[in-house]
Design a protein around this ligand. Structure first.
Ligand code: ASP
Length: 314
């Protein structure tokens, strides 16, 4: 199979073979980050712009390291330091960036759908680093990579996504990706944070933590997205922690001993997960972060290669 997409916008539009190709490519890139000299010349001379309209630590630094480890030049632009704060529109800003001959734009924005709109507007490759509550494809890819690395497969694995499903782009991208890869997905959380019709995405739905955990091989614990919530969806964070927060005690009662604990970060310690569980033996939260660099190297490489091939054919 050959990778042909010149952008990575979301997982809803990818097929299983494409997801497998990204995961396999990431596996071959992972070793580079453990070398004393963490650099290969693969994307030498390419320019990658990281354009983040929302706060980010992990995703932005992970993309930047991925670009640097492939020898690309990278440039960071954020809302507060760009002319957007002077009233320029995002379209004008991106047109100007395009005029500087960049190759790839990695974008995060609070509005769903922005990466799709921009990919039709400008020539550089667009990679979605999170659009509103919609998709966060590289997060779901690194989550799947971690599951495969830890459990040897994704097909048939029982994954429970726990918490604020309604506002989570991580949940949506994971559901699309995991279902295509043959995993069984359960979503669990308070009714007010479970979108209506979510079962249409092919998942089991429950608002009972015990049911959510009983068959799970993996639990992906989500952050409560306070910045995206309307008032009144949660009685209080304390009550949420009591009913849905993952603690050692609840794991002892409801889950298998070797349940794999994942979290996309940043965590709200003591709300959705206790620090003890986040740092426990079966938590792979930091391994997810390590794998994120390899997955983003794979995505940058595949997208750049597809663009080169299209240019050669023209
Ligand atoms: N870092 C992830 C995101 O940007 C998860 C989160 O913020 O809760 O969506």
């Amino acid at each position: 199979m050959e990778w042909t997409r010149g952008d990575l916008l979301g997982l809803e539009e990818l097929d299983r073979a494409e997801i497998e190709m990204i995961l396999d490519t990431a596996a071959s890139f992972k070793e580079i980050s453990s070398r004393p000299v963490k650099k290969v010349p693969t994307l030498r001379g390419r320019t990658i712009v990281l354009f983040f309209f929302e706060p980010s630590t992990r995703t932005r630094s992970s993309f930047e390291l991925a670009a640097k480890r492939l020898s690309a030049d990278s440039l960071n632009i954020s809302t507060s330091t760009s002319a957007l704060s002077k009233g320029e529109t995002i379209k004008d800003t991106l047109r100007n960036i395009e005029a500087m001959q960049v190759d790839i734009i990695v974008i995060r924005h609070s509005s769903s759908g922005i990466p799709w709109a921009l990919s039709r507007l400008v020539a550089p490759a667009i990679i979605n680093a999170g659009d509103g509550c919609h998709e966060h494809p590289t997060q779901a890819l690194l989550d799947m990579f971690t599951i495969k690395e830890k459990l040897g497969k994704i097909e048939g694995v029982n994954v429970t996504i726990l918490g604020d499903i309604a506002h989570s782009r991580v949940a949506r991208s994971n559901i699309w990706g995991l279902r295509k890869m043959g995993a069984n997905v359960t979503v669990c959380g308070p009714r007010t944070l479970l979108p209506r019709d979510i079962e249409k995405m092919g998942v089991i739905v429950t608002d009972n933590l015990k049911d959510g955990l009983k068959n799970a091989d993996v639990v992906n614990v989500l952050r409560i997205q306070r910045e995206r919530q309307k008032a009144g969806l949660l009685p209080s964070l304390r009550e949420y922690a009591q009913r849905f927060g993952i603690s050692s005690e609840k794991l002892r009662q409801f889950a298998r001993k070797d349940l794999l604990i994942m979290h996309p970060g940043p965590t709200n310690p003591g709300v959705e997960i206790t620090p003890e569980v986040a740092e426990s033996k079966t938590s792979v939260i930091l391994e997810q972060v390590t794998n994120g660099v390899a997955v983003r190297m794979a995505v940058l490489y595949l997208v750049a290669q597809a663009r080169d091939e299209t240019k050669e054919e023209e």
